[in-house]
Design a protein around this ligand. Structure first.
Ligand code: PHE
Length: 345
């Protein structure tokens, strides 16, 4: 009777284990057949009530069944876990035939493209890059550049004042004075790209904030031929081999003589068109020979040293280079504008 009963329990366990489809179900079976209150365990704990001659065989049989069921559940558990894993792996395979995700890669603002190009051109000529503060003192922005307090040239360069002596620099030229101060009478060959500010009403060609690249060379026997050759090379590298430059007399308090530099119009090759207003030339920068007063004030003997300086409007070059019609577009970060220059960058 006991034997039959045990056999029945075993059969039942076997078939329930075999048909289990989840580990939770197996867990239930573990409780049902092997926990303290299961039939098998109850029978085991009441062995003592059996006649002595039956105790041993029944006990053995019960233990055997218990072990078999435990092993069967363990085996089934492994099998189910393996299946689960296989299913997961199947689901997670990467379909390499799917098209990739599209990532939007930004491009450089044309302003920076041009700024970097100009910088590279001068670096290739042996210039170094210098730096200076945008919040500048009256001394560096004006005084040391031969623009004293009552000088009329200050009118064209009104700016934002922090206090009477502190202002947002109106040009990158204060870096000339700062570099000369640091160089202590030694030769100089620097450019300085950077932001500048003026009290201007913003329109298509004016902005209260814009950028320049200053250039300064000081050494013995520097003459205006060096200035012209340097700027001609720059113009050809920037705008193409066919571009010619011309120097027109101009005025800056810190250079003497001063020049305005024009290049032949790329649109009409110098013949005259609407872009160059019929003149064949387009103005690109200002420059000149460093004024003896400036040399003197900044620690150089004008009888021994001479130099040239120039200031290039970065936006102006970018505008000419790319035919951009409004300076404000450089700062507005309109994606439709910027996208057009991505390839060129
Ligand atoms: N600083 C001048 C300007 O902003 C440009 C310039 C620089 C002229 C160097 C001559 C020499 O207008």
């Amino acid at each position: 009777m006991a034997n039959e009963n045990m056999e029945k329990i075993y059969q039942e366990a076997q078939s329930e284990i075999a048909s289990s489809e989840s580990n939770e179900k197996l867990q239930e079976l573990r409780v049902k057949f092997l926990a303290k209150k299961s039939i098998i365990m109850t029978m085991l704990s009441t062995l003592g009530q059996l006649p002595p001659e039956e105790r041993k065989t029944v006990g053995q049989k019960l233990n055997e069944i218990k072990n078999l069921i435990t092993a069967a559940i363990d085996a089934k558990e492994k099998e189910l876990s393996a299946k689960e894993l296989a299913k997961k792996l199947q689901k997670e395979t990467i379909d390499i035939s799917l098209p990739g995700r599209n990532y939007n890669v930004g491009g450089k603002n044309p302003f920076h493209v041009v700024k970097d190009e100009i910088t590279d051109i001068f670096l290739s000529m042996g210039f170094e890059v210098a730096d200076g503060p945008e919040v500048e003192t009256d001394l560096y922005n004006f005084e040391l550049l031969n623009i004293p307090k009552d000088h009329p040239a200050r009118d064209m360069q009104d700016t934002f004042y922090i206090d009477e002596n502190t202002l947002l620099r109106t040009h990158t030229s204060p870096v000339q004075a700062r570099t000369m101060e640091l160089a202590k009478g030694q030769p100089i060959r620097i450019i300085c790209p950077g932001k500048t500010y003026r009290r201007d009403d913003d329109d298509a060609t004016h902005s209260h904030q814009f950028a320049q690249i200053e250039g300064l060379v000081i050494d013995k026997d520097i003459n205006i031929g060096h200035l012209k050759a340097t700027l001609e090379l720059f113009a050809k590298k920037m705008f193409g081999e066919k571009r010619e430059i011309r120097l027109r007399p101009s005025y800056f308090p810190f250079t003497e003589p001063s020049v305005e530099v024009d290049i032949t119009c790329a649109n009409c090759d110098g013949k005259g068109c609407s872009m160059c207003k019929g003149t064949g030339y387009i103005e690109i920068l200002g420059g000149g020979m460093v004024h003896p007063n400036v040399l003197k004030m900044n620690g150089y003997d004008p009888d021994q040293y001479s130099g040239f300086a120039f200031g290039i409007g970065i936006e102006r070059v970018a505008i000419l280079r790319y035919g951009i019609d409004d300076i404000r577009k450089f700062y507005q970060n309109d994606i439709r504008f910027l996208r057009q220059y991505k390839k060129k960058a």
